[in-house]
Write a protein that binds this ligand. Structure first.
Ligand code: MG
Length: 160
């Protein structure tokens, strides 16, 4: 069993679509980033790479590379998943926390859960989504950013 933890934060800005967990969220602001700024998927990728001992997302998908400019983060996740599977691991469960003052994410949690389960080839019961506000505190509380933590467990596929 291998444990992974990922974290990411992106700044909210005008003129961008908001993607969280691969789902487009109806909101006037979006997350700034080299890709689509989906901090949930980025945290998930880092957790997967970490658990598999494969480094971090910045090493494999540098924000200086034109190849990854404006790419949907779900494309990056698919590549990370292939890398993790190639090392002989399968995901046991994924636990996601999203920190956002706005928008309120309650109406999107089930959609994000379904989408991540489908992207990861897991049952919905193996993916959990938690959404929290920061009670008005700090960058996130001031609605300047959205962040995400992802904890997950990988197991080694048996070779028999
Ligand atoms: Mg990021």
């Amino acid at each position: 069993m291998r444990i992974g933890l990922g974290y990411d934060i992106h700044r909210l800005a005008t003129g961008r679509k908001l993607y969280l967990g691969g789902i487009e969220i109806d909101f006037p602001l979006g997350l700034l980033g080299h890709s689509d700024g989906d901090c949930v998927i980025h945290a998930l990728c880092d957790g997967l790479l970490g658990a598999a001992g494969l480094g971090d997302i910045g090493e494999h998908f540098p924000d200086t590379s034109v190849e990854w400019k404006d790419v949907r983060s779900t494309v990056i996740l698919k590549k990370v998943l292939e890398m993790v599977q190639a090392e002989g691991f399968k995901i046991q469960n994924v636990d996601v926390t999203i920190y956002a003052e706005k928008p309120k994410l309650a109406p999107y949690k089930s959609k994000i859960r379904k989408n991540l389960a489908s992207l990861l080839g897991l049952e919905e019961g193996e993916v959990n989504i938690k959404a929290k506000t920061l009670e008005g505190l700090g960058l996130i509380g001031r609605e300047e950013a959205v962040a995400s933590h992802v904890a997950l467990v990988l197991e080694e596929k048996s070779s028999d």
